[in-house]
Write a protein that binds this ligand. Structure first.
Ligand code: PEP
Ligand code: MG
Length: 577
């Protein structure tokens, strides 16, 4: 009988295929004691499994497409480092030799013990490390049990056209899904901001996470439909349901082909409003993919990667080289370099800052606050950005502003640097725009003040939502409250856009909401005319912009801001289309 399960949609699209269940090893480990005579062989099996898991990762590393997000490579390297650490095998070997555990049981035992320690920490950065430990140990378990996606060349016939069903998937698995021809995936755990989800989005593989207990309902080989737009998994579909989704699938395929035609088209609405559509990038090399889909520059270059995995701050030259490379790649289009946004969920090596994280890192010394307190971290970056301004249309963007004083201080540092460069005849553009991110509710409410001081504003919804609704963006217990269209959040967005319009200061949006096609028309209706999005969704956003008559939806967007009736609110959103 047809049944449906619900989870969090993380990667759009419809997939139809036979279920292939990945038995990830945390389950189904048999707790059997081994014979004393088997101890050496079991230890050898463990060592071989660790080597196998490492080999698996090394192989995978060679398969990473050049345009894959850079953090996938970093992620695999971290896991390889962990697997190379002799300490990792110590405790399982003790369990095998002293307690006669079988190897899988010993590994699972240690994994659970370590994970439990991490679970008791409330630091978001350390919680991420917990996932690393878990993925690495699960990799060994999979090798021991022989149940995994494997990078072996050639396709696995069980996987071609399959929908994967697993407890959780590592980012590396997402890459292998593409390699093996998997069409979609469902996991019981995970969240929309996990690396696996981000990667699946950029690879265009429809997926749903957080479908608790999915494996209780689904049998191996059963037909599944993944609706990656709505977060619904349909099992054993009847002919009508199947026909419905096949139709939607082919409509979407046609739609995607149509979108390709938009690559070179100007980004204007049906009623002629020109909209700026730019890309978010994390590495200078990321822009190549964005240019292919017609991005008109970079609306957010996150520079944190320059500070990661090191114990000394990056030098002015290192900054400059990265900026030079990006400006060159973007060739003549605007490049918005955001100054360091370290802290909160983006922690770096503690040796870099010599400051504690505090009990609430998201509310602590992060982003511009940290930059202003730590000139050794900040000034080489400011100087490099000012130098880069001589190379092309560079804009500097300040994250996490909470008051005007911070903006004035940064502007002052730029002016002093420019004066020094002028004396030393170092080239720079004296008219380099300096803008700020509106991510703190107090800044959104006072956007008119910021608009008097800054050359442009950019709404960072990822943080604005977290601070406005008072939910930690990395805490999955409160994920359900993370709502871009919470009426209070919408008002903050609308206030910021209006403040910019009144002051004739451009206002853009670079948070994930800008690339969420469910809200493109609402944002246009609120007057947003500049979007910076993940390159993977750029064409779809452009398609919606091109199909919108802004003048006809302004009133609906306005009504959404005013109503206190949830039914009407929903209806207006539906009417926006
Ligand atoms: C944001 O907060 O919306 C944003 C774009 O910045 P980040 O996600 O890097 O904090
Ligand atoms: Mg932010």
């Amino acid at each position: 009988m047809t049944f449906s399960l619900h989870g969090v949609a993380v990667s759009r699209g419809i997939a139809i295929g036979k279920a292939h269940i990945i038995i990830h090893a945390q389950h189904d480990v048999r707790e059997t004691l081994i014979e004393p005579a088997m101890v050496d062989a079991e230890v050898a099996r463990l060592r071989a499994a660790i080597e196998d898991a490492a080999g698996h990762l090394r192989e995978m590393r060679t398969r990473i497409p050049t345009d894959a997000p850079h953090d996938v490579v970093a992620f695999i390297d971290t896991h390889l480092l962990m697997l190379g650490d002799a300490m990792l095998a110590e405790e399982p070997i003790r369990l095998i030799t002293e307690r006669r555990y079988n190897a899988a049981w010993a590994v699972r035992h240690q994994r659970d013990a370590v994970v439990q320690v991490f679970d008791q920490m409330d630091d978001p950065y350390l919680r991420t490390r917990r996932d690393d430990v878990e993925h690495v140990m699960n990799g060994i378990l999979r090798s021991l049990q022989g149940s995994s996606l494997s990078p072996a060349s050639g396709e696995d016939p069980d996987l071609v056209g399959a929908v994967l069903l697993a407890d959780d998937l590592a980012p590396a698995d997402a890459l292998l899904m593409q390699h093996h021809g998997v069409v979609g995936f469902v996991t019981e755990f995970g969240g929309p901001t996990s690396h696996t989800s981000i990667l699946a989005r950029s690879l265009g593989i429809p997926g749903i996470v957080g479908v608790h207990h999915a494996r209780r309902f689904v049998q191996e080989g059963e037909l599944l439909i993944i609706d990656g737009n709505e977060g619904v998994v349909v099992g054993e579909p009847d002919t009508r349901t199947l026909a419905h989704y096949r139709k939607r699938q082919s409509e979407r395929a046609k739609y995607s082909v149509g979108l390709n035609k938009l690559k070179r088209a100007p980004c204007v609405t049906r009623d002629g409003v020109a909209v700026e559509l730019q890309a978010n990038v994390e590495l200078p090399s990321d822009f190549a993919a964005a240019r292919d889909v017609g991005a008109r520059g970079v609306g957010l270059y996150r520079t944190e990667f320059l500070y990661m995995n090191r114990t000394e701050p990056p030098t002015e030259e290192e900054h400059f080289e990265a900026y030079q490379q990006l400006v060159k790649t973007v060739s003549g289009l605007p490049v918005t370099i955001r100054t360091l946004d370290i802290g909160g969920d983006k922690q770096v090596d503690p040796a870099l800052t010599s400051r504690g994280k505090g009990a609430n890192p998201a509310l602590g010394l992060r982003a511009v606050r940290l930059g202003l307190k730590e000139p050794a971290l900040f000034m080489p970056q400011v100087r490099a950005i000012v130098r880069a301004s001589a190379l092309g249309p560079v804009r500097m963007m300040i994250p996490m502003l909470s008051n005007l004083e911070e903006a004035h201080q940064v502007i002052e540092l730029v002016r002093t640097t420019q004066a020094e460069f002028a004396r030393q005849r170092i080239p720079f553009a004296s008219d380099m725009p300096i803008g700020g991110m509106i991510e703190v509710p107090a800044a959104a409410v006072f956007a008119d003040g910021f608009a008097q001081v800054l050359d442009f504003l950019s709404i960072g919804t990822n943080d604005l939502i977290q601070y406005a609704i008072a939910i930690d963006r990395v805490n999955d217990e409160v994920n359900y409250l993370y709502d871009p269209i919470n009426p209070g959040v919408l008002r903050l967005i609308a206030m910021t856009i209006r403040a910019g319009q009144r002051a004739r200061v451009p206002v853009g949006m670079c948070g994930e909401m800008a690339g969420d096609v469910r809200y493109t028309r609402l944002l246009l209706g609120l007057g947003l005319e500049s979007f910076s999005v993940n390159p993977a969704v750029l064409l779809e956003v452009k398609g919606l912009i091109a199909g919108t008559d802004v003048s006809s939806i302004r009133l609906l967007a306005e009504k959404m801001l005013k109503t206190a009736d949830p039914g009407k609110f929903r209806r207006y959103l539906d009417d926006l289309g």
